[in-house]
Write a protein that binds this ligand. Structure first.
Ligand SMILES: *Cc1c(COP(=O)(O)O)cnc(C)c1O
Length: 395
């Protein structure tokens, strides 16, 4: 097999071909290496591999060819030097914290991040003496003033969930760097097809591969992408010891997910944009949150920072919770679930599900109204999605 420099190829091509080193069996498709350990030619060979003096597989907690292929491919697509795969998106976020933080450190985190990310910082890193302050995602002054001398990193998700606000990655990265901190970006909603945070100045990207990377709702997995130095010094030693490893089977599913990611994301975004425009014209819809719309507060920023506007749309019904539940219950085809990033369109009521455990005043402060409905737009025919929503919008 030719030794190709995949850096010279575009994302769509890397997604299909990079990372697979054909074996002596000449297979065309990436095999699943279902093996926990590897055999060495000699005692000396074993010693050299264990001490890292010689490259090669050792044990599948931290070296497996199928997982390696996934890591290499995603690193290229994110324009990062190195990627490590994990058993879930939360395991990837956990690894960033375990690798980088120590007691007495401080983190600044966006208030609008995945619920378990908030709990991870507050309850678990907090338990070991790491303090986290939460700020408004789009408020640059708040990010800057929350930073302390011991702030190790800033953490954000853009677009946010469920209000689809956009953070300026370039400017927040500059704020972090001015104060000697790092910026970590959760790139689940955009994937590298829509946005490359590392190219915009972020230091670390985290992923839940469970969402768009798989894209068909089959496996749970995650990843961290960063510089060789950050990975080698801080994240890899934790993975090797902590053991929150991605299984070879899941890596194999995610590899084929990456192969179609670019076409899927574009189709998801096209459907979402059309649906958002249609929703704006429907009776009872007070507001639509979608960065592709001129009415969106960060429309220009989204246009600059992303190649497409994303596939999650949320909207407010003037009839509050009662109308939101009625709309959700009137659908016939859409999946009522909080999951996202699937070929199947999903619909959820954030105020009583993902954000239901927040106190009403905290939820109100976060802008999550009782009439808010969130849709992760799938790849079904757009007219069928509209028809299903129409049932609960009339009257
Ligand atoms: C789902 C999700 C996670 C957590 O990923 P898991 O694979 O479920 O552990 C983190 N961040 C975002 C934005 C997510 O949507």
């Amino acid at each position: 097999m030719k030794d190709i420099n995949w850096n010279e190829y575009s994302l769509e091509t890397q997604a299909i071909r990079a990372g697979h080193r054909r074996t002596h069996e000449d297979e065309h498709s990436m095999p699943i290496f279902a093996t926990s350990s590897y055999v060495f030619d000699s005692a000396e060979e074993a010693a050299l591999r264990f001490t890292g003096q010689k490259a090669g597989n050792i044990y599948s907690r931290f070296t497996n060819p199928t997982v390696n292929a996934f890591q290499e491919r995603l690193a290229l697509m994110e324009k990062g030097e190195r990627c490590l795969a994990f058993s879930s998106g939360m395991a990837a976020i956990m690894a960033v914290g375990m690798g980088l933080l120590k007691a007495g450190d401080h983190v600044v985190c966006s208030r609008s991040v995945f619920g378990n990310t908030v709990l991870m910082f507050q309850n678990y890193f907090g338990k070991f003496g790491v303090e986290t302050d939460f700020v408004d995602l789009t408020d640059l002054a708040a990010w800057e003033s929350a930073i302390k001398p011991n702030t190790r990193f800033l953490f954000l998700e853009t677009p946010s969930n469920p209000l689809i606000e956009i953070a300026d990655i370039e400017r927040i990265a500059a704020i972090a760097h001015n104060h000697g901190s790092l910026l970590v970006v959760d790139n689940v909603f955009c994937t590298p097809v829509l946005q490359k945070p590392l190219a915009l100045g972020a230091d670390i990207v985290v992923h839940s591969a469970t969402k768009y990377i798989d894209g068909q709702g089959r496996c749970v997995g995650g990843a961290v992408v960063a510089s060789e130095e950050l990975i080698e010094k801080h994240i890899y030693p934790y993975l090797r010891t902590g053991g929150s490893t991605m299984s070879p089977f899941n890596a194999w599913v995610f590899l084929s997910g990456l192969e179609t990611l670019a076409v899927r994301m574009k189709a998801h975004c096209d459907n979402a944009f059309e649906l958002a425009k249609w929703l704006e014209r429907q009776p009872g819809v007070a507001k639509v949150h979608y960065p592709g719309l001129a009415s969106h507060a960060q429309h220009e920023l989204a246009r600059r920072q992303q190649t497409h506007f994303g596939a999650v749309v949320s909207f407010e019904l003037s009839g509050g919770k009662e109308q939101a539940w009625k709309l959700i219950d009137a659908t016939e085809m859409l999946s009522i679930t909080a999951n996202l990033g699937d070929v199947k369109t999903t619909i959820t009521h954030p105020a009583t599900t993902t954000h239901g455990r927040l106190a009403p005043e905290v939820r109100a402060a976060a802008g999550i109204k009782d009439g808010l409905v969130r849709i992760s737009v799938g790849l079904e025919n757009l007219e069928d999605i509209k028809n299903d929503l129409s049932k609960g919008l009339e009257g």
